[in-house]
Design a protein around this ligand. Sequence first.
Ligand SMILES: Nc1ncnc2c1ncn2[C@@H]1O[C@H](COP(=O)(O)OP(=O)(O)OP(=O)(O)O)[C@@H](O)[C@H]1O
Length: 195
Amino acid sequence: MKMPDDLFCEVCSEKRGINPETLKQVMILAVEIAREGREGRRIGTMFIVSDTDEVLKHSRNLILDPLLGHPDHLKRIEDPNARETIKELAQLDGAFIVSDDGVVVSACRYVDAFSEGINLPLGLGSRHMAAASITKQTQSVAVVVSESSVVRVFDDGEIVSEIIPELWMFKRYGSHWAVDGKKLEEEISAVTDLP
Ligand SMILES: Nc1ncnc2c1ncn2[C@@H]1O[C@H](COP(=O)(O)OP(=O)(O)OP(=O)(O)O)[C@@H](O)[C@H]1O
C-alpha cells in the first residue's frame, strides 16, 4: 500500500522533525488497521511516534508489555511479522510507542493525558484527547485509528490530518475512472488536510 505523496509531504514536513520514513510506515499501518479491522470487527488504536524517552515518562503499561525483551530488529515498523503482531495487539487497550528510527518499543501504554489548553471537535473521546495531550507535552506525533475507522494525525495538541480510508482507496486506485467527464480523483477528496 502506498500513501499519497501530497498528504505525506504535508504531514512529514521538516518542521515536525519526525523521521519521514517512520511516520509514513505508521500511517500506512494505521490505514490498514482502520480498513481491515480484526476478526470481523472495527478496532481503534494509537501510535505515538518519536521523542520516545519523554513519551515513556508520560505513560505507563496497562498490562505486562508484550513487546518487552524482543530484539529491536524484530520490532521494526516496516517488518511484515512485526506489522501482523501490531495488528493483533491493536485489539488491546492502550497505545504503541514508536521510536524515531522505526522500532515499536512498547505496547498497551496508557497516556497520562490532560485536557487543559486542548481544543478538539466535540464528539472525540479519551483516545483522541490522549493523542492531543501527549503531542502537546512532548515532541511526538500521534496517529490515531478511531473505531469509526477514521485515521487522525496529531501534532502539538492539534489534529493536522484526517484520513478516511475508503475514500483514500478510491483516490489511490480510481484516478483512471471518469465521472461526468472528470477524473474521479477530482471528485473525491480522499484526504482532508487541516491547516
Ligand atoms: N489515556 C489513554 N491512553 C491510551 N489509550 C487510551 C487512553 N484513553 C483511552 N484510550 C483507549 O481508547 C479506547 C476508546 O476510548 P474512547 O471511546 O473514550 O476514545 P475515542 O477517542 O472515542 O476513540 P474511538 O473513536 O476509537 O472510540 C479505550 O478503550 C482505550 O483503549
